[in-house]
Structure formats: structure tokens, C-alpha cells
Design a protein around this ligand. Sequence first.
Ligand code: PLP
Length: 422
Amino acid sequence: MKKKIYLDYAATTPTDPRVVETMLPYFTKSFGNPSSIHSFGQEAKKAIEEARDKVANLIGAKSEEIVFTSGGTEADNFALKGVAFANEKRGNHIVTTAIEHHAVIEACKFLEKRGFKVTYLPVDGDGLLNPEDIKKAITDKTILISVMHANNEIGTIEPIEEIAKIIQEENDRRDSSLRSESPSPERSEGRQAISNKQSLLLRSKRIYFHSDAVQTTGYLPLDVDKLNVDLLSMSSHKLCGPKGVGALYIRKGTRIISFMNGGEQERKRRASTENVPGIVGFGRACEIVKDGMDEEAKRLTSLRDRLIEGILERIEAVRLNGHPARRLPNNVNVSIEFIEGESMLLNLDLAGVAASTGSACSSSALEASHVLLAIGLSPEIAHGSLRFTLGRGTNEEDINYVLETLPKIVTRLRAMSPLYNL
Ligand code: PLP
């Protein structure tokens, strides 16, 4: 039988059979609508709340801070548009990076058309953002900063905690200047007995910090308090859960408006009947992934490094994209000069290896990836890039097979390339 090796886990993952098993009753026996007050509905509601606890538990959040969405894209859109429109009266400036996922970049472009100003910060040659650039970009009009936790194409892990520290300093400065202002009218008139803290919160001019953690959830330990983020996006299908479900973590007190209007689901933050089987599956996937995450990260890191070293050793004129050390345990991204990524991909596929040229979303588009261009690659070199992303099913034999197969493909394609041997 022909070998089939899946090395595209960043695009999506197979759903864990234990997850499928947990989901199944919610299609048939326990099919109730969680908003119904009868026992069918209450059974589904209970299952959703249990799943919410599991998702919250994975990232150190409180359950009520988790809003289920249809995936990472919706979570990103909700965070950006929800915070932008809820805070537009006090500022219209958003800061993000040039290497975000399309879900963030396109939401920013949408907001730019509606009067918001967006600063897209550059990254260095390894894809790393300099936190000092965040400091320089902040203005009095800044309301939101969005920086991804790890990049989906090149795997670089961004310095989220350092960035959060800078934002915290700015928020402390804003709060202390608020405190020195005259008390709010409500207090001075004594009409409402609200505490200083509440008054400050109501008038707060803080900058909210969002991070897209779609690629890190399940691979690296996440703690929203340690990271000090206000909003965090997750997607179930990247961690062996079902597709079409994700979540946005929203820190209590964050001013945000929902953009799905309708019923009162998700505490009025996201209307529409909940995807009960999906949510239950996502919760189970979070529970499974939490167990043994450290060992799995170590295993993947060692396989990743073996693949990187093997490619660099066996093929000439190759570069590793992304940070050599601050990178996801499962990400390998290389540019192989003088040949097209698409040709390599097709040949690898014929040999039974599924990889990618960039993100799943851009691999059907022929433009060079905005991430590879942002780290300074020329469009030609960017076009010769390949991404292998490893996962639970990957083993040493798979890596050996790629290391045997890829150099042969490269030699064959280079022999046909008019650019090689010039
Ligand atoms: N953000 C990042 C970093 C991603 O890698 C992806 C998917 O590839 C998304 C967002 C979108 O997630 P979803 O496919 O669940 O909409």
C-alpha cells in the first residue's frame, strides 16, 4: 500500500476518536436546544457548560470569560471589530503586526474602511516583533493591540508577555491620569453610590490586548493571566477537535460589543443556537491535550529539529524560515532556492507526503505569502517555500521518509530549472 504521511497539522488535525465518541450522543439522543427549559434542553446546556469549564481550564481562564464561536476566524473578527466599535468614541487607533493571520489582517482592513487607523508593525528576519516598536506605536488614540502568539506559517513565538508589560505600563499611566482628573459626575452629584474602582472602570481609557493563539493552543501551555492578555482566540480543529468551533476568551470588564445579533445565547455575547456536538468535542479535545502536553512538545521538538537539520544537511541553497529557537514545537518552514514550492508540494503528494507552501488559506493563491515577504524574503525565494507541521500521529519513520524523499525531488526539479546552475 502507498505510504501516506500527513505533515500539515497547522492546516488542520484529525479529530481524536475519543473526541468523536464524546460528541456522538449530542447528534442523536441528547439533541436538545440549550435554550429550551425542558430536560432535553437542560441536558445540552449542562454539556456546554462542562465543555466551557474544560476550555477555560486549558488557558487559566474563568468559565464565564469563554465565548464559543464558529472557529478562530470568528474569534479574531469578534475581538477586533467588537472592541473597535465598543471603544470608538475614545479612540480609533489599532496596532497589529504585518504577519498576522488573514482573519486579523482582513478584519483590520475592514475597520480601516470605517474610519479606524491601523499600524501594521514590521518584524525582524526571524519573524520576531520588537516590543519597543509597540511602545513607539502607541498614541493617545490607541484602543486595541493585536499580536499573534505564534505564527501559523513560520512558527515564530512572539514575546507576548513583554508586549503586555508595555501595554500595562501605558494603562497604568492612563489610569493614574484619570484618577487625578475630577471625579466622574455620578460621584460628585452623589446620585449613584459607586466605588472609586467602579468609577475608574467606567471611565477607563485602557488599551485592550488581543492575541491569536490558534496555533499555540494545545502545543504550548497557555495562561491568560501570565500572558496578561484581555482577549485570546482559539480554534478546536487545530488541537484534534472538530472543525467549525472555537472560542474567544474575553477578560471580565473588557468593553466589547457582539456582532452576531439575535437570541441571548452566550450571555448575549454571541447569538445563534450553539453547536452543541462541536462545543462538547472542543471541550474534550482541550481536556485530552492538557494531559501530557509537555512530553508531547518535547517529542515534537526533537522530531522537528531532526527534520530541520536533515534538510539543511542534505540539500544545498536552503534556508530555515522563522526563529531557530523561539518556534512552535511542530513547525518546519524552509525555502529551497531555484524551484517552486507548488512543484515540490505536488511531487511530495505523489510520494505520499502532505505538506503546505504556506498557510492553508493562501496555498491556493499564487501571491507570495505576506509573512515570508515581511521577514525579508524576495518573492522568488518565498515561492520556493515549504511548510511541514507535525502532530500527534507523526513519528521518526515519517521524518526519515521525508528526508529520503525530499532531496530526490529537489534534485529532479532543479535539473529541470533554468535558474539552477546558471
Ligand atoms: N488564526 C490562525 C493563526 C490560524 O492559523 C488560523 C487557521 O489556520 C485561524 C486564525 C483561523 O481559524 P479557523 O480555521 O478556525 O477559522
